[in-house]
Design a protein around this ligand. Structure first.
Ligand code: HEM
Length: 518
């Protein structure tokens, strides 16, 4: 029964080995043995084979983890499936890819680079606003979730592979298919060393086919781009998309740490040079079976582009949902946007600088709805002690950012949406999400902190300002704010379970000026 159930489990159950509130440890390599002298963190009772799986049945992992932490303390040890199924990445590791990351990361997602994509964002926000305006009707709700997702995806794809490519739709389709493959948890995920599990499951084949299609697609684009660059005399830096930047860096990089074309393909697909181990795993990936041996971390990081676009889109949708559920906050935010942009006929990024209340709304959304509720799995590289417990090398550590943001020990009225809580300068109010306040870590903290924060927030701010400036918003006839469905769907991100369907009333006409960069 355990296996049958596990085969149907959603992807979030890959996150079984979690830590609640602070970290939770998955001792992937070894558990404390009698006489080992180690003091391991407390665990709930376990079953043979599945370990602690049953404790998470029926609830989303971040919620189940929070409840477990209330009983067992802030640091817990959970075990799931094959304890020895450690993400092992043989071969060369660390320094070369760290060097690569240090060289490439600032170029890809720096503030300067994010700023250079401003024309694309302002063009795409025009598309979003016009498409919403064209559907506005007092009688029929607009599917705002769909519109917002298309805005972020289109804008991100343009930033990565440029607006010039005729293949944008294919790229979007492949990414969408990738997202569908990722959320399924399969037998090989649970028993990566079992050949039978590999044979019985359809998922390895799906992943391999999709990988092949994506690599073939990226190949074509890279070849087209190289041919174009060979013919062109020069490309202005401000015209570069992320692929141009990577190809330029490939020429410039020293031979000690070369940026290979495979690296570039991986960045475009995974959009993450930041995961050195995953990149190594990718290079060493000879077959799907190996893929599954590295599976938990690898698949979490697969399609980080999709995850980056998904996180921003999810956040905008939660912010709009919370504003609809809290009309006083909505009114205050709209008054600010319309006051600050009075006399303008469109929203530009220059106009966002004085939207202080909107910033509080964004912070409060990040607190209640962190897009990656359990951050990404971290691996303990050397034995250490946390809260008096031993954390062995190889343990997988996950942090329940969602529970931390709702911990009554740190937040008053933690379940309520109160942007004003961030208004105070000192104390609780002064908290920020930049990775220094550990009660508020929606982007993580430290070396693995989200490198796409500015890129993501640029979309969130512009979209919210545009939607609040141009339109008034109402719930469909007969629905009270407290009746809104605020349930989260299962997945890597805390995506809304139901689409946001809202009545849109045009207030400030959407200017055709928005298309000036198109
Ligand atoms: C509002 C939007 C976003 C949120 C809330 C968010 C949140 C996060 C979180 C929580 C992590 C894990 C940090 C950890 O485990 O310590 C992460 C990692 C990451 N994010 Fe974001 N993210 C967002 C947007 C983006 C965007 C737009 C991109 C890329 C264009 C991006 C790229 C990445 C990458 C590459 C990592 C992996 C870093 C590593 O493993 O070292 N993110 N993000």
């Amino acid at each position: 029964m355990a296996l049958a159930m596990a085969a149907e489990l959603p992807f979030y159950l890959l996150l079984l080995p979690l830590v609640a509130i602070v970290p939770l440890l998955y001792l992937a390599v070894s558990r404390g043995r009698p006489g080992s002298g180690r003091r391991l963190p407390p665990s709930p009772w376990a079953l043979p084979v599945i370990g602690h799986l049953h404790h998470l049945a029926g609830a989303l992992p971040h919620r189940a983890m929070r409840d477990l932490a209330r009983r067992h303390g802030p640091l817990m040890l959970l075990r799931f499936g094959e304890a020895h199924a450690a993400p092992h990445h043989g071969g060369r590791r660390g320094p070369p890819l760290l060097a690569l990351r240090r060289r490439v990361a600032p170029e890809l997602l720096s503030t300067h680079r994010v700023h250079s994509f401003r024309p694309i964002r302002e063009d795409e926000i025009g598309h979003l606003l016009r498409s919403v305006a064209s559907e506005a009707s007092p009688a029929r709700p607009v599917n705002l979730s769909e519109r917002i997702a298309a805005f972020v995806a289109d804008s991100s794809v343009r930033a990565i592979i440029g607006s010039r490519t005729p293949n944008r739709d294919t790229f979007l389709r492949l990414l969408e298919e990738g997202l569908k493959v990722i959320p399924g948890m399969s037998l090989p995920d649970i028993f990566p060393s079992s050949r039978l599990a590999m044979r019985l499951s359809r998922v390895p084949g799906q992943i391999e086919r999709r990988r092949g299609a994506m690599l073939g697609f990226i190949n074509t684009i890279i070849e087209e781009r190289k041919n174009r660059d060979a013919a062109a005399t020069s490309i202005e830096e401000h015209d570069e998309d992320l692929l141009d930047v990577l190809l330029r860096l490939q020429k410039d990089m020293d031979s000690q740490y070369p940026l290979t074309t495979l690296n570039i393909k991986t960045v475009i697909i995974v959009s993450s040079l930041y995961n050195q181990q995953e990149l190594m795993a990718d290079q060493n990936l000879h077959n799907v079976s190996k893929f599954f041996r590295t599976s938990i971390k690898h698949r979490l990081n697969l399609d980080m582009f999709a995850a980056g676009s998904e996180t921003s889109s999810t956040m905008i949708q939660w912010a709009m949902a919370e504003l609809m559920r809290n009309p006083t906050v909505m009114q205050k935010a709209q008054e600010e946007v319309r006051r600050e942009l009075a006399g303008h006929d469109k929203v530009t990024e220059d106009g966002l600088t004085n939207l202080h209340y909107l910033q509080l709304v964004i912070k409060e959304t990040l607190r209640l709805h962190p897009a990656a509720p359990l951050l990404l799995p971290h691996e303990c590289r050397s034995p250490c002690e946390v809260l008096g417990f031993d954390v062995p090398q190889g343990a997988m550590v996950l942090v329940n950012a969602w529970a931390i943001g709702r911990d009554p020990a740190h937040w008053d009225a933690p379940e309520e949406f109160i942007p004003e809580r961030f208004q105070e300068q000192g104390g609780m109010g002064g908290r920020d999400f930049k990775g220094t306040d550990f009660e508020f870590v929606p982007f993580g903290a430290g070396r693995r902190m989200c490198p796409g924060m500015s890129f993501g927030l640029a979309h969130v701010e512009l979209a919210l300002a545009g939607l609040l400036f141009h339109f008034d918003w109402q719930l469909p006839e007969g629905m009270a704010p407290e009746e809104m469905d605020m349930t989260e769907a299962a997945g890597i991100t805390t995506r809304r379970r139901s689409d946001l369907l809202v009545i849109c009333i045009p207030r400030v006409p959407v200017s055709m000026e928005y298309v000036r960069y198109g």
